[in-house]
Design a protein around this ligand. Structure first.
Ligand code: FES
Length: 132
């Protein structure tokens, strides 16, 4: 019996020692880049309801006619987010978190941390993504 208790204690110590504290992803900072919407690679952003990702940022041309830009990695466990068609939300394919594209707030957990958002400004056919 004493041997079993020692084994359990050793396993518990081993599990505790290998357990890492979770660190939320670091959102891109000092962002300032421009996408030419005339280029084929960026042409999705000419159609409402479409999206793309560039430089770890998800960029959406929403049905409301506005552009939104948010960090691409989920604040929960770092999966890449995807735009939820015809909505004002991005969704994580790993555990189904959802975030508001307008301000990055959590719409549905398990995430508890909002996403970083960026300014998205269209001038002609050039879309500038910049830190706020
Ligand atoms: S990593 Fe985003 S919900 Fe799981």
């Amino acid at each position: 019996m004493k041997l079993i208790k020692l084994r359990c204690l050793a396993i518990a110590i081993l599990l505790f020692a290998t357990c890492k504290k979770y660190e939320p992803p670091v959102a891109p900072t000092n962002v300032d880049f421009t996408l030419n919407l005339d280029e084929q690679a960026n042409s999705n952003l000419k159609t409402k309801g479409k999206w793309m990702a560039a430089n770890s940022i998800i960029i959406i041309y929403a049905p409301d006619g506005k552009y939104y830009a948010l960090q691409q990695t989920c604040s929960y466990k770092q999966c890449n987010l995807e735009y939820l068609d015809n909505s004002q939300l991005v969704q994580c394919p790993c555990h189904n978190c959802m975030f508001e594209i307008i301000n990055g707030t959590v719409y549905q957990g398990p995430a508890g941390i909002a996403l970083k958002t960026y300014n998205a400004t269209l001038t002609g056919n050039k879309l500038q993504i910049k830190s706020k």
